[in-house]
Design a protein around this ligand. Structure first.
Ligand code: NAP
Length: 416
């Protein structure tokens, strides 16, 4: 694994990844997903194939290869996450997945977290943007156009915890008392929250690079450094140091420019609790967010709810340094709807859009977004988006996919 690449190497690595997909029929591994995966994956695949066909005629085609994880993997192989699945994602570089059941029980970790950690997919990328016509709990959802970079490997994901009132906690407490004079209530469970300079810098570097590539005006570092100075506070500091050491030609901190960045990207920091208020009051102030794992978990779902898009919020897990990426629906398996051809495939379809953009297949991506905007505006939506809309026609998962395909028009090809 390549550790801690600098800005210029990162840009080269991203270019190299795109170049590797400048081919006619790349192989893309997919996990169908548990629960509603059997409904939303076929619907999504149909849309992906139609978009590629419309965008590139017969010049390009995705060669889909199924890999197993979750319940389907357990039923077939007695393993929740077979090594072969990870190996296949690793071999082909980029893949996509539906939602997976997290098996309940002690000692079994989330399969989603395992995939992210095993492949070192250090960015959880969540773009949050409103589609016209969707009912939302907020008044001005069109003001939300935010891309969130959540650190994906440490903080609470590192998952070091000891159960309360056990010998292990007693041992640790004794050590902490003797070595640090730290007194912790004896019946506490204890968790360790590691936040490293390496992981923080690579996450923030990716967010700044994204802002540069996409002509964004600002990046906010979201943290809780007023309380946790050497983890969250350090995340903030490393972020500002990075702006100076690697991005000073294109970005400037608030402190340095006093809010007058000129034509540079403005980098500021916001304390996590204030951030959750500000995204409700003035979301238009934020373009790109770089944040730690737990803050990012809360913020990405809060933002998704704000645009009414819990069923259509996409996500990607990416290692920009080695190019590996797995894109995924952000909701769960909604087991009560499984097999009913009812739920919204939008989250998985838009995750595919993210995947196409990552591969440099922008024409196919634009085509899907354009048709999704049109179809939702026409009121042709699944049950979740029909709620509260008088002019909506409720479609099935496959019916929504068909409506998208019917609305697709051929676009100009990507330059090759
Ligand atoms: P969930 O599966 O996301 O479902 C909660 C509710 O969200 C559903 O009842 C439904 O609400 C709505 N919903 C979710 N997906 C939808 C879609 N595609 N279209 C329309 N509505 C949708 O959450 P959960 O019930 O807490 O979790 C179930 C399982 O999923 C658990 O095993 C959990 O661990 C797993 N999970 C996996 C992932 C992942 O793979 N990334 C993420 C989260 C949870 P209404 O009934 O109100 O319509």
């Amino acid at each position: 694994m390549v550790e801690n690449l600098k800005r210029i190497d990162l840009i080269n690595a991203i270019e190299a990844t795109r170049e590797s997909f400048n081919t006619d029929s790349p192989t893309v591994p997919f996990i169908e997903g548990d629960g509603i995966g059997i409904d939303i994956w076929p619907a999504s695949k149909k849309v992906f194939d139609a978009a590629v066909e419309k965008a590139y005629k017969n010049d390009r085609k995705i060669d889909w290869v199924e890999v197993l994880a979750g319940q389907k993997a357990f039923d077939n192989t007695n393993e929740w996450l077979p090594d072969k699945t990870l190996q296949t994602f690793n071999d082909f570089g980029v893949g996509i997945k539906g939602p997976l059941t997290t098996p309940v029980g002690e000692g079994i970790r989330s399969i989603n977290v395992a995939i992210r950690q095993e492949l070192d997919l250090y960015v959880c990328l969540r773009p949050i943007k409103y589609f016209k016509g969707i009912q939302t709990p907020t008044k001005n959802p069109q003001d939300v156009d935010i891309t969130l970079f959540r650190e994906n490997t440490e903080d609470v994901y590192a998952g070091k915890e000891l159960e309360n009132s056990t010998g292990d906690v007693e041992k640790l407490n004794k050590f902490l008392k003797e070595e640090f004079a730290w007194e912790i209530r004896t019946d506490s469970g204890i968790g360790i929250k590691p936040i490293s300079q390496t992981a923080s810098e690579r996450l923030i570097r990716a967010s700044l690079n994204y802002a540069v590539e996409n002509n964004k005006k600002n990046v906010a570092i979201v943290h809780k450094g007023n309380i946790m100075k050497y983890t969250e506070g350090a995340f903030r500091k490393w972020g500002y140091d990075l702006v100076k050491s690697e991005f000073s030609d294109v970005a400037v901190s608030w402190e340095e420019c006093k809010g007058e960045p000129g034509d540079k990207i403005l980098v500021q920091d916001v304390i996590a609790d204030a951030f959750l208020q500000q995204i409700l009051i003035k979301p238009q102030m934020f373009d790109v967010i770089a944040t730690t794992n737990l803050n990012g978990d809360y913020a990405s779902d809060a933002l998704a709810a704000q645009i009414g898009g819990i069923g259509i919020s996409p996500g990607g897990n990416i290692n920009y340094e080695n190019g590996k990426a797995v894109f995924e629906a952000t909701h769960g398996t909604a087991p009560k709807y499984a097999g009913q051809d009812k739920t919204n495939p939008g989250s998985l379809i838009l995750s595919g859009v993210m995947m196409f953009r990552y591969m440099g297949w922008n024409t196919a991506a634009d085509l899907i977004v354009e048709t999704m905007e049109k179809t939702i505006l026409e009121g042709k939506v699944t049950y979740d988006l029909a709620r509260g809309r008088s002019n909506a026609k409720t479609l099935s998962s496959s019916g929504f996919a068909d409506a998208l395909i019917n609305n697709m028009k051929p676009l100009k090809k990507d330059k090759r």
